[in-house]
Design a protein around this ligand. Structure first.
Ligand code: SD4
Length: 332
């Protein structure tokens, strides 16, 4: 019985989902964890608080998966806050896997899901600053980062946690470690759960990359790229520069390695090693894979230092270092 999520902010998301894991409701657990991250304004590449695209509008992507025959996905939501919830409705109430754009929002409306404002004041201010500083959308394959109006590598004193329960009762949670804070715009939540009944589920939610070209969709909502779950084998999710993950069918690659006998640690290591040798990497590129085996063993591997996995199981909550980091130099 265990729930694992990408990045340290996943501690809070895991905690909100833990009762579902313990009650044998893995699907509810991953939906709850992702919904928690969606609603937290300080998690700024997911949900409310997510940075907008180059037109100043936020768009959200997400997916959910139990098995190859039970998965759902949405991309480009602009008026609904919880993509995993909408994706679950697609999975459960339509014969389809994926809906996109305005029609996905319209589907959510028909499902009775409440509309929400997605752009926070802070995200609007960040967008306006980007525009003021001459933000240009780079249409190159690796996204808009070369011409961002901010330094994606600047250290940010971002605080995480909001109820103190996870942090020894302190009302103010500790700041993120500096190496992780450097990747604050990479805080997509990918979440994998193995519940008390032995059911595996995964969910993934993101607002994508900051100031992306409108219409851009990354790996996160694409089954097999940002998330893959096979109940016979295990589950994997990804976070980071989607364009690097998509070229490898990242999450599927990890689960298929496990199917062929690799441990989760071997599978994620192989995937980031392949990423490092496949692409011409830029300083802003970061990505990580997180895998959870059928037996509950988990592992993560990252391209660069600064990624952590949040874990909640019978031993409590903790953020752990990845098992493998491909590149020693954090900015090389
Ligand atoms: C994307 N993979 O849209 C997402 C972004 C992300 O951590 O994971 N950030 O490319």
């Amino acid at each position: 019985m265990r729930i694992v999520s990408t990045w340290s902010f996943g501690l809070r998301a895991n905690e909100s989902a833990w009762p579902h894991v313990a009650a044998g409701r893995a699907l509810d657990a991953v939906e709850a964890a992702c919904a928690y991250a969606d609603a937290a304004p300080d998690i700024d590449s997911v949900g409310f608080g997510g940075l907008p695209d180059a037109s100043g509008r936020v768009s959200l992507d997400g997916c959910v998966m139990l098995s190859p025959g039970q998965c759902g996905s949405v991309a480009g939501l602009r008026t609904h806050l919880h993509p995993v919830t909408v994706a679950r409705r697609v999975m459960e109430r339509t014969p389809h896997v994926m809906l996109v754009g305005a029609d996905a929002d319209a589907f959510a409306d028909r499902e009775g899901l409440v509309q929400a404002e997605l752009l926070s004041d802070e995200a609007r201010a960040a967008y306006e600053k980007w525009r003021r500083e001459g933000g240009v959308v780079d249409q190159s394959r690796d996204g808009p980062s070369r011409t961002l109006g901010f330094d994606p590598l600047r250290p940010v004193d971002r605080r995480h946690g909001d109820d103190g329960r996870l942090f020894g009762g302190a009302t103010t949670p500790p700041p993120l470690p500096a190496d992780e804070a450097r990747w604050r715009h990479h805080d997509t939540i990918g979440c994998l759960a193995l519940d008390a009944r032995g059911t595996l589920a995964g969910g993934c939610s993101t607002s994508g990359t900051p100031f992306k070209v409108p219409g851009r969709v990354g790996d996160s909502p694409i089954i097999g790229h940002g998330l893959y779950v096979d109940p016979e084998v295990g589950a994997a999710t990804a976070t980071g520069t989607g364009e690097l993950i998509m070229g490898l069918c990242g999450a599927f690659l990890v689960v298929e390695s496990m199917r062929r006998g690799a441990t989760p640690a071997e599978a994620v290591r192989e995937a980031v090693t392949r990423m490092a040798r496949t692409y011409t990497l830029q300083a802003h590129h970061q990505a990580a894979f997180l895998a959870l085996g059928r037996d509950g063993t988990f592992a993560a591997a990252a391209l660069r230092p600064g990624y952590r996995t949040s874990v909640r199981d019978a031993d409590g909550a903790r953020a752990v270092e990845p098992d493998f980091v491909a590149l020693a130099d954090p900015v090389g």
